[in-house]
Structures are given as structure tokens and as C-alpha cells.
Design a binder for this molecule. Structure first.
Ligand code: ATP
Ligand code: MG
Length: 603
């Protein structure tokens, strides 16, 4: 195909869009690939659509290659299936809900587990029908709290979502492995580096789960890896739990006056003055000797606010995202939650919380968090707080702390939770060495859902013995529009986009430079020959546009090969430039088509 710029529905822009924070967003808008319709909602222009279709094709081919079959669901769905799995409420504010003229409730699907499950239930009834993997490439709708960075976090976006259905766990393992391998191939073909990292299952439920993260500074996900090959999303990192300590001979806890010590820093200073500790006893007090009790407010899917107190070693901060990902098991309802530091109002409603001096305490007559006194407050601790560890912590009285408060002897807790900041240098849980941290964008996510959805929606089949068994499922997503943005982000310079061949909107961008009719005639001819050779061609045939603007646009649009037909023509040469390396070469006109075809085929 030859796209002529004189006719192509395209306007490139000189100015960066005001709302663009990242290069991919800026350049995709400036180069005429997308236009913003509303926050997090974009219109696709011809060039953008061309890249999008290429990304989709690669994904389709790899899905088809593992035997998955394509279907297509509506985006507008009735409420009932989502009520059956409780996601109508669990999804919280992220769900676009709407009503039809009769008052019936509908939603714009944020993901499609329910519909796929029901479709299979509709049509299949025997183990002989399984395994089955089906997928779609379709719009998803999520009312994201912070639509961001153009296509990277949209409120309407395209996802490839597939679902596997198996009669037993071994089958699910195989379906999961096939998808995992297909995902690695997809990202390899796209030319997008990804690292599969262990993830928490979050609101989806289920067991094994991995995310495919593309490492980049602008990513919103932090992950860790060790030299020994461990990689995990920060939310999913598990702490190396210390051994319990025998506290038979531990001295009794003591309350001390520690006026004006509401922070860990002031507390550590006071401790070193009041109770200097000898080298033999572990040396000067540090923040790591203190137990910090942080009051958090959890907003449940129902909109209710629940206070939770988290106890952590004073040298570690609480990571709210880790709390969000891991607190589910301790809450009264499942679903999407937000966790934040408790505000003044939350604290005012809980007069037992003595600000700055909050602590657990059993033998001290102070209220024991999680039990008597503040019975309604859930008290969770970092896994490092094991039985026998001894702490300096708040005595629940203003200006007083308690020293030598022993976990398991003097205080209890409702549960342990992965909640503290993961630090570079922490040990990997599998013993594969110290962790380093990096940032990434989640490009894909695979889950072993297990039987959660099949149970809720009663998807059963007859097994070999004629017995009804619940089907086990997997769910697998790739962010298609996000992939376009991530590719743009990974492949650009200050002049514009630089697409990898696999997804470029064309193979070659022909530029007619100058005024002479013979220049346009030759450029036209070359474009047609390149097309005949099977290449996709953009041809800048605009008659009255300056060479500077044309080259600027070619660099902005980012097709990997640029063929300039201009002054050299009188000497029988044209210039072929590689947008990626910047290398340019003069090539004889009659060799130009072969030369370009070779360049396109070889890299
Ligand atoms: P995130 O953590 O980035 O919000 P998610 O975990 O909610 O993503 P999934 O439900 O796992 O996303 O969806 C599968 C894939 O869809 C993600 O891996 C991502 O590539 C893509 N995706 C999710 N949300 C968006 C969005 N708002 N805009 C663009 N792509 C998205
Ligand atoms: Mg995810």
C-alpha cells in the first residue's frame, strides 16, 4: 500500500500537548497517531491504527499457535453475572455502571471472566470438551483513579484476554505454561523486553500469578530481582522470617517517661539517654529496636472505612500498596480497596489511639490492640515481629514508652502481613541473594484462577466416571494499547518515534525533496515499485512543503527506513537513511528498490 501524505488524514504538531508527561504520549499525539477524546480516552488515527493492527496481529498469531480460539464479547454487559461473583460491588469505583431505559443495570466490562465462564457453561458439559482456551481482543473500561501517560493507563483500552478451562489441576498447569510461553514469544516478536515476575493475585483471587513487566524508569510498578534469578512485583515479595526466640529469661517490660518523643527519631535519642545500652547488649538503640504502630484507614468496596493498626520495625516504612495487595484475607468483604494513612477524623473516632505513643501491651494494663481495650481495631504486624523479639514501643499514654516488650509474651496480634517497604539489599526469599529494585510497566498478566469463577457460576462438567466436577480456569491478559505506548516509549529520540520493524506503520517513508517535476515522478515511480515488491510505503508527495518540514515529519513519524529523492537524482542517486542508526547512504536509483527491500527483510 502507498499512503500519500497529500491525502493521508494526518496533521503533525509542532507543540507538545499540554497534558503529556511522558515521551510516548507526547510523540504519539504530535506525530498524528492518536487524539485525546476525554481523559484516558483516545481516538485512533490512520497511522496509529496501522501500528495497533500490527501489534494485534502478532498477538493473534501466537494465541492461535497455542490452539486458543478467538471469540468476541460485547463490552456492554448485564449486571447479573457480575453480581453472582460479587464483582458488581467488589470492583468499587473502577467500574463504569449504567442503566437502560427500563432501569436495568449494566456495566462496561473491565474484564470478562464471568462472560467467558457462562459461555462455556452454556455450550459444554463433558470432560471430553476440555481443555479449551478462548480469547478476544476487545475494549475494556475502567474508571481509573489516575488515567495517566496517554495510552499507558487509559479508561478505555484494548486488552487481549484469554481464558483456559480444564478438568483438573494438571490441565490448568499445562494451559498456564502454554500461555506463559506464548507471552514470551509475543513480547520477543514485538521487540519489547519483559521480565516475568511473581505477582499477588489481588482482587482476582486464585493462586499462581505472574506479571510481564517491561523495565523502564517511567513504570508505575516497582519490582525486585536478585542476581540468582528471583524476580517479583514488590507487592508479592515475601519477607525472610527470623526464627522465634526463647523468652523464658527475658527481663520484664518497663514503662519509662519519654516526654516529647512522638517520632521514631526523638524516641531513639531519648532511649539512648535514658537507658544507655552496652555493646554486649547490642550497642546503642536504633530505629530497628523500636516497634512503630501505624494507623491506616481502609476503604472497603462498600465505601465503609475501617481502621487497621500495623506494627512494623521502626526503621522500616509501611508500603501502602503492599498493604493493599495483602490485607484482603483480614477484611470482612473481598474486593478492590484503598489504603491510606488514617486522617484526623478517623483518629477522633477512635479515642483509644494515643497519637505518637500507640503500642500493644498485655501485661501493662494498656489496651491490647486486636483484643480487649481496642477490640475493634485489627492489629497486624510485619512478619519480622516473631515470638520472643523484644521492642521499645508506645505505652498508650502520652509521653510514655515501654522498653523490653516481648512479642508473644506481652502482646499478641491478629496476623502477620507483608506490608513494609522492600529495600535494595534485602535478602530474596528463595535465598538467591540480595534484592535490587527496578521500575516497570505491566504489559501482561497471567493467573491461575482455579475454581473461584466456575464455582460462583456453577460451571461443571461430567468427568470420566460420570461425576459432576467444577472446571478449573486460568485468565491471561495483554495490554494491547498499552503495548503501543510502551513500544513508542522504548523507541524514540528527541526528534520523534523510531518504530521497530515489527510494528512500524510502514516499511519505508519516501520523501520527494525539492521542486522539480522529475523528482516527484521518480519518487512516485519508486513508491509504486516498492509497493509492488510487497512493502508498505508512506510517500510524502506534498508539493509545496519545504524539505525541512518533510524530513522533520519523517523523523517524527518514525518509519525505520527513509528514502529521500532529491538533488542527487541528476547524478542518478537517492539517499536511504536508517532512522534507527541515523546512517545514510547514497544508492543508485535503479538499485534503490532492491536495496530498500533488502534492508527491510534483513532487519
Ligand atoms: P495495572 O496494575 O497496571 O492497573 P491491572 O493489573 O489492573 O493493571 P489486569 O487486570 O491484569 O491489569 O489487565 C491485564 C493487562 O491489561 C495489564 O497487564 C495491562 O497490560 C493492561 N491494562 C490494565 N489496565 C490498563 C489501563 N488502564 N490502560 C491500558 N492498559 C491496561
Ligand atoms: Mg495485573
Amino acid at each position: 500500500m502507498v499512503l500519500r501524505l497529500s491525502k493521508l488524514f494526518l496533521r503533525t504538531l509542532r507543540e507538545d500537548p499540554a497534558d503529556a508527561e511522558v515521551a510516548s504520549h507526547r510523540l504519539l499525539v504530535r506525530a498524528g497517531y492518536i487524539r485525546r477524546a476525554a481523559p484516558g480516552i483516545y481516538t485512533w488515527l490512520p497511522l496509529g491504527l496501522s501500528v495497533l493492527r500490527k501489534v494485534e496481529r502478532i498477538i493473534r498469531e501466537e494465541m492461535d499457535a497455542i490452539g486458543a480460539q478467538e471469540v468476541h464479547f460485547p463490552a456492554l454487559l448485564p449486571k447479573e453475572p457480575y453480581e453472582a461473583t460479587n464483582r458488581w460491588t467488589e470492583y468499587g469505583e473502577g467500574l463504569f455502571r449504567l442503566k437502560d431505559r427500563k432501569g436495568g443495570d449494566y456495566l462496561l466490562a473491565p474484564t470478562h471472566e464471568e462472560m467467558f465462564t457462562l459461555l462455556v457453561k452454556d455450550l459444554y458439559s463433558s470432560y471430553k470438551d476440555l481443555p479449551l482456551s478462548i480469547y478476544q481482543i476487545q475494549n475494556k473500561y475502567r474508571d481509573e483513579a489516575r488515567p495517566r501517560a496517554g495510552l499507558l493507563r487509559g479508561r478505555e483500552f484494548i486488552m487481549k484476554d484469554s481464558y483456559s478451562f480444564d478438568v483438573d489441576d494438571a490441565g490448568l498447569d499445562a494451559s498456564y505454561a502454554a500461555h506463559r510461553a506464548a507471552y514470551l514469544k509475543i513480547f520477543e516478536r514485538l521487540g519489547l523486553a519483559v521480565i516475568p515476575v511473581a505477582a499477588t493475585a489481588g482482587a482476582m483471587g486464585g493462586s499462581r500469578s505472574e506479571e510481564f513487566l517491561h523495565p523502564t524508569e517511567i513504570g508505575e510498578d516497582t519490582f525486585v530481582r536478585s542476581a540468582g534469578g528471583y524476580a517479583a512485583n514488590v507487592e508479592a515479595v515475601t519477607t525472610v522470617v527470623p526464627a522465634e526466640i526463647d523468652f523464658t529469661d527475658a527481663p520484664a517490660a518497663e514503662i519509662r517517661d519519654t516526654p516529647n518523643t512522638p517520632t521514631i527519631e526523638t524516641l531513639v535519642d531519648a532511649a539512648n539517654q535514658l537507658v544507655p545500652r552496652s555493646e554486649a547488649d547490642g550497642g546503642a538503640w536504633t530505629a530497628a529496636d523500636t516497634l512503630k504502630n501505624v494507623v491506616l484507614a481502609v476503604t472497603l468496596p462498600t465505601g465503609e472505612r475501617q481502621i487497621v493498626v500495623i506494627g512494623v520495625p521502626g526503621d522500616r516504612g509501611v508500603d501502602l500498596k503492599r498493604v493493599e495487595a495483602n490485607i484482603g484475607a483480614y477484611l470482612p468483604v473481598a474486593g478492590e480497596i484503598t489504603v491510606e494513612a488514617a486522617g484526623d477524623e478517623d483518629l477522633a473516632r477512635n479515642p483509644l489511639i494515643v497519637r505518637g505513643y500507640l503500642g500493644p501491651g498485655m501485661s501493662l494494663g494498656a489496651p491490647l490492640l486486636g483484643l480487649e481495650g481496642a477490640a475493634k481495631l485489627l492489629y497486624l504486624v510485619d512478619p519480622r515481629i516473631v515470638s520472643g523479639t523484644s521492642w521499645v514501643t508506645g505505652a498508650n499514654m502520652a509521653g510514655k514508652h515501654v522498653f523490653g516488650l516481648v512479642a508473644g509474651r506481652d502482646f499478641g496480634w491478629d496476623g502477620a502481613i507483608e506490608c513494609t517497604e522492600v529495600r535494595a539489599g534485602d535478602e530474596a526469599p528463595d535465598g538467591s541473594g540480595p534484592l535490587e529494585t527496578a521500575r516497570g510497566i505491566e504489559m501482561g498478566h497471567i493467573f491461575q484462577l482455579g475454581r473461584k469463577y466456575a464455582e460462583a457460576l456453577e460451571l461443571k462438567v461430567l468427568d470420566q466416571n460420570g461425576k459432576q466436577v467444577v472446571v478449573t480456569m486460568g485468565s491471561y491478559g495483554v495490554g494491547v494499547t498499552r503495548a503501543v505506548a510502551a513500544l513508542a516509549e522504548a523507541n524514540h529520540d528527541d526528534k520523534g518515534l523510531i518504530w521497530p520493524r515489527s510494528v512500524a506503520p510502514a516499511d519505508v517513508h519516501v520523501v520527494a525533496v525539492g521542486r522539480g517535476e522529475e523528482i516527484f515522478a521518480a519518487a512516485e515511480q519508486l513508491s509504486l515499485e516498492l509497493e509492488a515488491a510487497g512493502l508498505d510505503v508512506i510517500y510524502d508527495d506534498r508539493p509545496k512543503v519545504s524539505p525541512g518540514v518533510k524530513f522533520g515529519d519523517a523523523e517524527l513519524v518514525g518509519v525505520p527506513t527513509i528514502l529521500a529523492v532529491g538533488r542527487g537524482l541528476v547524478d542518478g542517486v537517492v539517499e536511504v537513511k536508517d532512522r534507527r542508526t541515523g546512517e545514510a547512504e547514497n544508492v543508485a536509483v535503479d538499485k534503490a528498490v532492491d536495496f530498500v527491500v533488502n534492508a527491510v527483510r534483513s532487519n
